[in-house]
Write a protein that binds this ligand. Structure first.
Ligand code: PRX
Length: 630
């Protein structure tokens, strides 16, 4: 327990409940990482298996194209699966899954290896080779995890598209990645209804030319169109002799790509963030080990979607690297009743729960009783990610779910960082609403417009000064944009795109995005994508999207639209446009409100002044309008 005096509201850890964590005090890791940063990461890399050792831990000779563990050979799947099968963990559950309809499946490490090998052999039979891209578009079902691991096993690069995205979003990602194979489910259950994923994919495929084969996983069972010569049922192939349970593992260079994941940026199309086998593996393994204090007896549940980075790093790779039991739930938190989550915590004896503030606020609305009727005594650690957590939600989570004994790990990170960056560890004193300090060894700072550090409690740009193993290597197919986007604004520093302040105790308080990225229910969306979905409607001439604060979702989308001349707006036109955005981008991108306007406020260089739009939507004073063109 820490002796230091901290300002503000502070929650101190209790070792009585925590047990014996990997480290009893942050300083142990901090000192080691500060004394020898590369040695610190090398020590953790040595806890994993490599086919050949590295020559260099960090190669910064071509910064900002950093390389980690150069010369080393490995495969992340060997460390996630194969090596556990050689130990008594072989019969331990790797994955437990519950469907929204109550279906249940579990896979031991042994079974996981068998299923991944069979899946990988099917991919090989479809001609997938090392370096090929494979897109996966499914709900939260075990085949998504198996598919990701199967790709990685044979050296293919997976690109998971979130099942909540729709036609144009999927098309764009298929096209940009030049995927050879698409793995899709017939549908996904969401609140008792079926999302027709295969139908959406069919429409996207009409616009995308590169896909040669479509592997269809049966989940919801409704009738779907199967195009001859292109579409194949996964379960049919699993019956064939090609689907054997032995599949050689591709030996990968540490720097070989593992996956790409699209995320929204300031302008234009979504960008594919590229992660590698070696560094990403070491980063996710180490951070999960300490931040959620992974112990062999844990039942860990990260309630995110594998379609986002949180799911990649901390449902799939991080837990399996740690030999943990990872739980995954398919559906909505409140289906059929608001106690669904707490029922599952009780049923499976979940010890660690990691979710997003928006989910906590959503469940909090239903009151305490839904959680109180369940035995949540197995929980020992809680986590939060995706957006700043307001202290009220933090305290509810701590009191009602954690029963005042479970520390909350508020982890700040990004698709780009691949791993936790600002985060407590369980023995740290916590302040509700703050993620605490950078993970040991990382140097981060808050700077002003000129890149100079700001003082305590002052707001500025959040930047990162040290390279880290799980960092993105580039934007797939666009290295210039990688440099431009992250490394140009402040020389030699990685720009996160967030604003933050740091208090006198060194605790970071992340405020939010400073660019045109909107976080809706923790999901990252770019204004440019929403605007282009609006403009793809034949009646729309111009559009602007902004985020407005919302109690549960954090932000909602508010859009301004200029119609083409001569277009008559009928009574339900706003709904029609919302539906159009939902169809093209996905339900999460639907604006909550659309205002029809005659012009948009722009600077002389033609950039939309969102600040003015935000003020108008909130009924506030827009402030200085000197740069306004019109
Ligand atoms: O604005 C920050 C916010 O989420 C952004 C990254 O979004 P994404 O790439 O989708 O990854 C989300 C999950 C890792 C960040 O730039 N963010 C993430 N975690 C937090 C957060 N904001 C405040 N507190 C957090 N714990």
């Amino acid at each position: 327990m820490s002796e230091q005096k901290l300002s503000g509201e502070v929650y101190y850890p209790s070792f009585e409940h925590l047990g014996e964590p990997h480290v009893r005090e942050r300083g142990e890791l901090q000192r080691e990482a500060e004394n020898d940063y590369e040695g610190f990461w090398a020590r953790h890399a040595e806890e994993l298996d490599w086919f050949e050792p590295w020559e260099k831990v960090l190669d910064d000779s071509q910064a900002p194209f950093y390389k980690w563990f150069t010369g080393a050979k490995t495969n992340i799947v060997y460390n996630c699966v194969d090596r556990h099968v050689l130990t008594p963990r072989r019969n331990k559950l790797a994955l437990i899954w519950e469907g929204e309809d109550g279906e249940f499946r579990s896979l031991s490490y042994f079974a996981l290896k068998r299923e991944v090998c069979k899946f990988a052999n099917i991919l090989k039979s479809l001609g997938v080779e090392k370096g090929d891209r494979v897109t996966l578009y499914m709900g939260r079902i075990p085949e998504l995890v198996l598919g990701m691991l199967a790709c990685a096993r044979i050296g293919a690069i997976h690109s998971v598209v979130y099942g909540g995205f729709s036609v144009e979003a999927l098309h764009e990602r298929l096209e940009d990645s030049q995927s050879k194979v698409l793995i899709v489910a017939d549908g996904a259950y969401q609140r008792g209804k079926i999302v027709p994923l295969k139908d959406i994919a069919d429409e996207a495929l009409q616009r995308a030319a590169t896909v040669q084969s479509v592997l269809v996983v049966k989940r919801t069972g409704q009738e779907v169109n199967m195009e001859q010569g292109r579409d194949l049922w996964f379960h049919d192939l699993m019956m064939l002799p090609i689907a054997t349970s032995q599949c050689n593992l591709e030996v990968m260079d540490a720097e070989d790509p593992l996956f790409m994941l699209y995320t929204s940026g300031t302008t234009g199309k979504p960008k594919a963030i590229l992660h590698t086998h070696g560094g990403y593996m070491v980063g996710t393994y180490t951070t999960l080990k300490y931040v959620f204090d992974m112990q062999d007896q844990d039942r860990y549940w990260c309630a995110a979607d594998p379609g986002w980075i949180t799911g990649h790093s901390y449902i799939v790779y991080g837990p399996l690297l740690n030999g943990a039991t990872s739980f995954m739930y398919e559906g909505a938190p409140t289906y059929p009743y608001p106690n669904r989550w707490w029922q599952m915590v009780e049923r499976y004896g979940i010890t660690i729960l990691y979710t997003a503030p928006t989910a906590i606020r959503g469940l909090m609305r239903f009151g305490d009783a839904w959680a109180e009727r369940h035995d949540l005594s197995t929980l020992r650690l809680l986590g939060s990610v995706g957006e700043p957590i307001n202290p009220e939600a933090w305290k509810w989570y701590h009191r009602v779910i954690g029963r005042e004994r479970c520390p909350i790990m508020d982890t700040w990170w990004q698709t780009e960082t691949g791993m936790f960056m600002i985060t407590p560890i369980p023995s740290d004193p916590l302040k509700p609403g703050s993620g605490g300090k950078p993970f040991p060894g990382l140097q981060m700072d808050i700077v002003n417009e000129e890149g100079k550090p700001v003082g305590a409690d002052e707001e500025g740009y959040l930047i990162i000064k040290t390279p880290w193993p799980a960092m993105l290597r580039t934007i797939y197919g666009d290295p210039d944009r990688y440099v431009e986007q992250y490394w140009k604004r402040f020389e030699g520093m990685y720009m996160t795109g967030d604003s933050a302040r740091r208090d006198a105790d060194g605790y970071y308080w992340v405020i939010g995005r400073v660019d045109d990225v909107i976080k809706v229910s923790g999901y990252r969306l770019g204004t440019a994508e929403i605007e282009s979905a609006l403009v793809s409607h034949p009646a729309v001439s111009e559009a602007a999207a902004i985020g407005l604060p919302h109690d549960v979702k954090g932000n909602v989308i508010h859009a301004f639209v200029i119609l083409k001349t001569g277009v008559e707006v009928h009574e339900h036109f706003e709904d029609e446009l919302k539906r159009h955005v939902g169809h093209e981008m996905g339900p999460i991108a639907k604006p909550q409100a659309i205002e029809f306007v005659d012009s948009l406020p722009k600077t002389r260089s033609g950039k939309i002044m969102r600040r003015v739009l935000r003020a108008r939507a909130l009924g506030e004073d827009p402030g200085n309008l000197a740069t306004l063109e019109d």
